[in-house]
Design a protein around this ligand. Structure first.
Ligand SMILES: NC(=O)c1ccc[n+]([C@@H]2O[C@H](COP(=O)([O-])OP(=O)(O)OC[C@H]3O[C@@H](n4cnc5c(N)ncnc54)[C@H](O)[C@@H]3O)[C@@H](O)[C@H]2O)c1
Length: 326
């Protein structure tokens, strides 16, 4: 049995020891009170500065430094390149257009041809649009697609992982094959897309931002749907947002997740018999649109979010908080 104090001491010691094994030495001193004091020697902090390669000091702040105009500037993605998996339609396509509207070039990676003409999109937003066919269940295909992206547009600053598949079926009827496919596309596909993007960002040395699309199903059971393996896949994405955020922070690569609720796209439209549920169960009283997600993602990608990493924004019309009226 652990006393509260000894448990705290043991846990803290373990954390510090792991750090010590992986990287620079850390010293631990137990004060006579039983508390643990940890001192990071200068070698450790310089190790981290080198790893980071970006400013570690807090920028100076004064009230006059902040003007409303600077909000728009901070949201700008001018000169950036954003890759969007699953960007051929639905949420991914709307997010692709959102970042283009903020000045970013866009690369759509999808098994489907984009629903809109790229030439029209280029004309409308004045930025470059590219499409590469990429299946997120094929690692060699993903490697080749990312190689082509770099050859073609030269860099990757942002990545949105939106490719996904849903399955609404009772838990007891899920088959191995269909469950594996959900995990392959939603988890491994997103994981390795983020990895390929991060590797390129690290090569470039300027950091970057990754937004992974999770779901309300990562938070709770949802009305009228039985989405156990889908929810598990999205819970994995939500956790990846946190763990990758910590692991990639030394490279100034921020990783955040978005958890949409019911959103009107081909994915939700396939569930024809429960459309009324999508319209009535969110506390805000309607189904969401892909546009409802746009600013949350724009924020997470932008420099305005330079201190935001490992966050999840749930855009569900309030549904992830539960319901009172039935
Ligand atoms: N629509 C919703 O209500 C809702 C809610 C929460 C989360 N989401 C998530 O948002 C994301 C986008 O969903 P959507 O509603 O736009 O669905 P959608 O079906 O309209 O779009 C999904 C896109 O992913 C692509 N895709 C699927 N399998 C792929 C593969 N193996 N390789 C590459 N691309 C592949 C599809 O071709 C499609 O373009 C998904 O991850 C989904 O799970 C959707």
């Amino acid at each position: 049995m652990f006393s509260q104090r000894s448990l705290a001491t043991t846990l803290t010691s373990q954390v510090i020891l792991r750090h010590g094994l992986q990287g620079p030495s850390l010293s631990i001193r137990r004060a006579s009170t039983g508390a643990v004091n940890c001192r990071i020697p200068p070698t450790a902090s310089s190790y981290h500065s080198q790893q980071r390669g970006f400013r570690t000091t807090c920028p100076s702040w004064s009230p006059s430094a902040f003007t409303p105009g600077s909000v728009a500037e901070k949201l700008s993605l001018n000169g950036k390149v954003t890759v969007v998996t699953g960007g051929a339609r639905g949420i991914g396509l709307t997010l692709a257009e959102t970042v283009a509207g903020l000045g970013s070039d866009v690369v759509i990676l999808d098994v489907l041809q984009p629903e809109r003409e790229l030439a029209d999109l280029e004309k409308r937003y004045g930025t470059r649009f590219r499409y590469y066919r990429m299946d997120v269940t094929s690692k060699p295909g993903m490697d080749a697609a990312f190689d082509n992206v770099i050859k073609d547009v030269g860099r990757i600053d942002n990545c949105i992982t939106s490719a996904g598949l849903a399955l609404d079926k009772p838990f007891l009827e899920h088959t191995w094959e269909e469950s594996s496919r959900i995990l392959d596309i939603n988890v491994l596909g997103s994981f390795f897309s983020a990895q390929l993007a991060a590797k390129q960002m690290i090569k470039q040395g300027n950091g970057g931002s990754i937004v992974m699309i999770a779901s309300i199903a990562a938070h709770c059971a949802i009305p009228a749907q039985r989405v156990s393996i889908y929810g598990a896949s999205k819970a994995a994405i939500k956790l990846l947002g946190r763990t990758l955020a910590v692991e990639m922070a030394p490279f100034n690569i921020r990783v955040n997740t978005l958890s949409p609720g019911f959103i009107a796209t081909s994915m939700s439209q396939q569930f024809t018999e429960i459309q009324h549920v999508f319209q009535t169960t969110p506390p805000l009283g309607r189904i969401g649109t892909p546009e409802d997600l746009a600013l949350a993602v724009a924020y997470m990608l932008s420099d305005g979010a330079s201190y935001t990493t490992g966050a999840d924004i749930a855009v569900t019309g309030g549904l992830h908080n539960g319901r009172i009226d039935i």
